[in-house]
Design a protein around this ligand. Sequence first.
Ligand code: ZN
Length: 451
Amino acid sequence: MKNTTLFSSSPVITDFSAKQYSFLQSAGADEIKKHQTELFLHHLKFTVNNSPFYRELYKDKKIDLKQIKKLSDIAHLPLTQKSDLASTKNFLCVDNKEIVDVCLTSATSGALPTIISLTSSDLSRLAYNEEIAFAMAGINENDTMLICAALDRCFMAGIAYFLGGVKLKATILRSGSGSASQHWELIKLAKATVIVGVPSLMYKIGQHAIDSDETPAATHIKKLIAIGEPTKDESLNLLPIAEELEKMWGARIYSTYASSEIATTFCECSARRGGHLRPELNILEILDDDGARVKDGEKGEIVVTPLGVTGMPLIRFKTGDISYLINEKCSCGRTTKRIAPIIGRKNQMLKYKGTTVFPNAILACLEGNKRFHNGYIEVKKNKDGTDRIMLYAALCSANPDKNQDENWISETLRAKIRVVPEIKIIGREKADKKVYQFDKKRKRMTFFDLR
Ligand SMILES: [Zn+2]
């Protein structure tokens, strides 16, 4: 098999239609390594030769590319932080005239969003990436997909899902950032079979239907592709919100992991035991706090080198997300390792009585429960250096009883994660205002770090 078209030696790659790397999903570890090494060395050479940022950095650090020969040599290369991307121009590897699309990534708190410039080849790569990700979840040309992610406002996700779905020859409903009732009407009208969106929005759509005396499970929806928010705990068990969604829609939920910088989506297969790695599209490492690679099964930060990107290619990008790799046989027959659910953001890690916990793990215990409406977490620093964690929760009951409600929350949290922060019961309106203050259509704001 020839391996020249997908990532040719030309800086602009135009052919992502070839699926010549699909065999890697069932290849042995040595074969995967062989092909990945080839792609990695090509990516490295192209990036360091063309990116002012990496050229400077490697010169400073006296890195000789001739010494980088094996895949494991990647450990000798410096890591790239999100803050490095602030100066986008330094990362550009092609002429401005090659740039066809500009995406903005979500900013880290306080900072401006970062620009990611894409070539037409990067768009093809994105489409290829998403096509294979959807196919991984068993979606095909017979499906009608409701895409609840904005195609406008320079978001990468919406355009990636659209292009990927088109490439898969599925029928796409560009529902974007419509309201719950608009999404619901479209699901019925066009007989959608798949929803792609954040779980909290899928829940809102379903609840809207139920409130109007209709039944989400009676629609044609069979698959829910969850983006942006967790649906599983670290042991791969469905979170209450995901269980509720499956019941509500009579559908199977698939979790995904993706980000604009890594330009790759990891989607679960039919076995739904983590997202299969994509060896032809990236090198994924899990590193400890000292930057050393951890063993499969051990938790650490996900660091990704997205292969084949030509506009703003990156090397060893620190995602800030914590997870681990699963290296066990998958019942779907693929041999690639899998990435477990995202346990949390590295900078959101909280210290609680000698143990660590992530804010999303606390909220996940409550979300999807009929009694829980909405809530968020605030963290401050105690004088002794430990974290003071406060959970602000709004419940659904019309006549709330603060003591009873607090007891119910603390019992639920104790039983599930053995972590009970300070609990404050607040009104639904107050909770919604805080959680949806920035961007009603995209992700909710549920964590406020005041440390
Ligand atoms: Zn599998």
